[in-house]
Design a protein around this ligand. Structure first.
Ligand code: NAI
Length: 462
C-alpha cells in the first residue's frame, strides 16, 4: 500500500489548488514544499506582495493628484517605506496562512523540505522516502537571468528583490518591458523613483493587442516612466552602491550607458525543476527546459504528471490553478480539461490591462474576417467620476457569425471586467448576446456592453 494516492511537489497556485481538489475528490494527498510558508512564488514573492505595493502606491497617487480636486484636504502625503513593506508582509502572511488552514481542513499533509523523485512512485524529502501512486510536479519557475549579468538581489535585482529594497531608489533601470517590468516599474515611479525601461523589441508587452500597447505606453509615459525601445542590454557593472547598464540600439548598433541605483532584471522566467532528478528518471523535456506532458498532464513516465510554469503555455498563476484542478480530476477518473483559448491575461498597473483570446494581429495573420467594437472609458459616467476615464474596451467578433473571438481592455478594473467576456466566450456567445444583457448603471461594465454594441448597430454614449 502506498502512503498516498497523490504527492504534489510544490505548493504554489498550481500545486496547492491541485492538492485541495485531489483531497476533495477523496484522494489521500500530501504536498512537498521547502519554503517556510505555503503559496509558492505567487503568494510569497510575486502576485500578492506586488498587489499590496500596487494598492498602497495607487492610493498615494490618488492623494497626491486627485484628493484636492475632490475637495479632500490633507497634508502632502509622505511615505514610510518600512511600514509599507510591513503591510505587504502582513498581506502575504494572511494569504499563506490561509493555505495552511485549507490544508488542515482538507487533511492534506505538508511534507516540509525539498523533494526529489528517486523512482516512479517514490518521493524523497530529506532522508525520508514517501510512496505515492501518483506524483505531480508543480515546481513553478524562476527568473531567467541574462548571460553575464549577475543578480545580487541588492543592486541588480529580480522581481523578488524589487519587493524588499532597503530604501526607495532614486533611479531604477528596468530591463524588459514585460509584465513584471511594467508592474514594478510603475510602483516605483509612483514612489518618486526615476524609472527607465529598456526593452529589446520595438514595443512594450510584446504579443498584446497593438492598439492597447500604444495607449498603454502613452499612459505609462504620462506617469513618468521613460522608455528606450529596440535596445539590447549587454552588461551591468556594479560598484558598492550603483550600477551602470550598457545597451546597444538595434537600429544602428550604437552603444549607450545609463547609471542607476537599482537595476530590475525582468526578462522572463524559466521552468524550475532543479534537484528533482528528472534526467536520471528519463523524464522527457522540451527544448526550452519544460517538462513534456500529454493533454492529460502525464509525462512519459507512468504515474508522474506535471502542471503550471514547469510545462508549456503561459506562465500564469490561474493557468497553473486550472491545470491543477484538471489533473486532479484526471487522476480521480474524471474528465479534467482546460480551455487554453480562454485564459485571460492581466497586467496590474493603473490603469489595468486585460486581454483574452485573439488579437487583431493574430486574426489578420489567420486571414479571418472580423469586426472590432470599441468604446472609450471617456463615455462611461462612473469612470469619469473616479478619475479613471483613460483607456477603452475592444471586442473582436467574427464578421459573419458575430461570435466573440477576443477582447482587450485598458482601463479601470480591466482585470475584473474581462471575465464577463471570458464567460461569454466559454458559452460561444455573440457580441449581440453581451449587448442585449442588461448592465447596471453606473458601472465600468457598461463600457463592455457599449463595446459589444459597437460590434452591431453602434454604442449609445459615443
Ligand atoms: P516577459 O516575458 O513578460 O517580458 C520580458 C521582456 O524582456 C520582453 O519584452 C523581452 O523582449 C525583454 N528582453 C529580453 N531580453 C532583453 C534584453 N537583453 N534587453 C532588453 N530587453 C530584453 O517576462 P517578465 O516580465 O519577466 O515576466 C515573467 C513571467 O511571469 C511572464 O510569463 C509573465 O507573464 C509572468 N507574470 C505574470 C504576471 C501577471 O499575470 N500579472 C505578473 C508577473 C509575472
Amino acid at each position: 500500500m502506498a502512503d498516498y494516492d497523490v504527492i504534489v511537489i510544490g505548493a504554489g497556485p498550481g500545486g496547492y489548488v491541485c492538492a485541495i481538489r485531489c483531497a476533495q475528490l477523496g484522494l489521500k494527498t500530501a504536498v512537498v514544499e521547502g519554503r517556510e510558508t505555503l503559496g509558492g512564488t505567487c503568494l510569497n514573492v510575486g502576485c500578492i506582495p506586488s498587489k499590496a505595493l500596487q494598492h498602497a502606491t495607487h492610493n498615494l497617487h490618488e492623494a497626491e493628484h486627485n484628493f484636492a480636486g475632490m475637495g479632500l484636504k490633507v497634508k502632502a502625503p509622505s511615505v514610510d517605506w518600512d511600514q509599507m513593506k510591513s503591510y505587504k508582509s502582513d498581506v502575504v502572511g494572511q494569504n499563506t496562512g490561509g493555505i495552511e488552514f485549507l490544508f488542515k481542513k482538507n487533511k492534506i499533509d505538508w511534507l516540509k523540505g525539498w523533494g526529489s523523485i528517486p523512482e516512479a512512485g517514490k518521493v524523497k524529502v530529506g532522508d525520508e522516502i514517501h510512496e505515492a501512486k501518483n506524483v505531480i510536479i508543480a515546481t513553478g519557475s524562476t527568473p531567467s537571468a541574462l548571460p553575464g549579468i549577475e543578480i545580487d538581489e541588492k543592486i541588480v535585482v529580480t522581481s523578488e528583490g524589487a519587493l524588499s529594497l532597503p530604501k526607495i531608489p532614486k533611479k531604477m533601470v528596468v530591463i524588459g518591458a514585460g509584465v513584471i517590468g511594467l508592474e514594478l516599474g510603475s510602483v516605483y515611479a509612483r514612489l518618486g523613483t526615476e524609472v527607465e525601461v529598456i526593452e529589446y523589441l520595438d514595443q512594450i508587452t510584446p504579443g498584446m493587442d497593438g492598439e492597447v500597447c500604444k495607449t498603454f505606453q502613452r499612459l505609462l509615459a504620462k506617469q513618468g516612466l521613460g522608455f528606450t525601445l529596440g535596445a539590447a542590454v549587454q552588461s551591468v557593472e556594479t560598484t558598492k552602491s550603483k550600477a551602470k547598464v550598457t545597451y546597444t540600439l538595434r537600429k544602428d548598433d550604437s552603444e549607450h550607458t545609463v547609471d542607476a541605483d537599482v537595476v530590475l532584471v525582468a526578462t522572463g522566467r524559466k521552468p524550475y525543476t532543479d534537484g528533482l532528478g528528472l534526467s536520471e528518471l528519463g523524464v522527457e523535456m522540451t527544448e526550452r527546459g519544460q517538462v513534456k506532458t500529454d493533454s492529460h498532464y502525464a509525462t512519459n513516465i507512468k504515474g508522474i504528471y506535471a502542471i503550471g510554469d514547469a510545462i508549456t503555455g503561459p506562465m500564469l498563476a490561474h493557468k497553473a490553478e486550472d491545470e491543477g484542478m484538471a489533473v486532479a480530476e484526471v487522476i480521480a477518473g474524471k474528465h479534467g480539461h482546460v480551455n487554453y483559448g480562454v485564459i485571460p491575461g492581466v497586467i496590474y498597473t493603473h490603469p489595468e490591462v486585460a486581454s483574452v483570446g485573439e488579437t487583431e494581429e493574430t486574426l489578420k495573420n489567420q486571414g479571418r474576417a472580423y469586426k472590432a467594437g470599441k468604446f472609450s472609458f471617456m463615455g462611461n459616467g462612473r469612470a469619469k467620476a473616479n478619475f479613471a476615464a483613460d483607456g477603452f474596451v475592444k471586442i473582436l467578433a467574427d464578421k459573419e457569425t458575430d461570435r466573440i473571438l477576443g477582447a482587450h481592455i485598458i482601463g479601470p478594473m480591466a482585470g475584473d471586467l474581462i471575465h464577463e467576456i471570458c464567460v461569454a466566450m466559454e458559452f460561444g456567445a455573440s457580441a449581440q448576446d453581451l449587448a442585449l444583457t442588461c448592465h447596471a448603471h453606473p458601472t465600468y461594465s457598461e463600457a463592455v456592453r457599449e463595446a459589444a454594441l459597437a460590434c452591431g448597430d453602434g454604442p449609445i454614449h459615443s
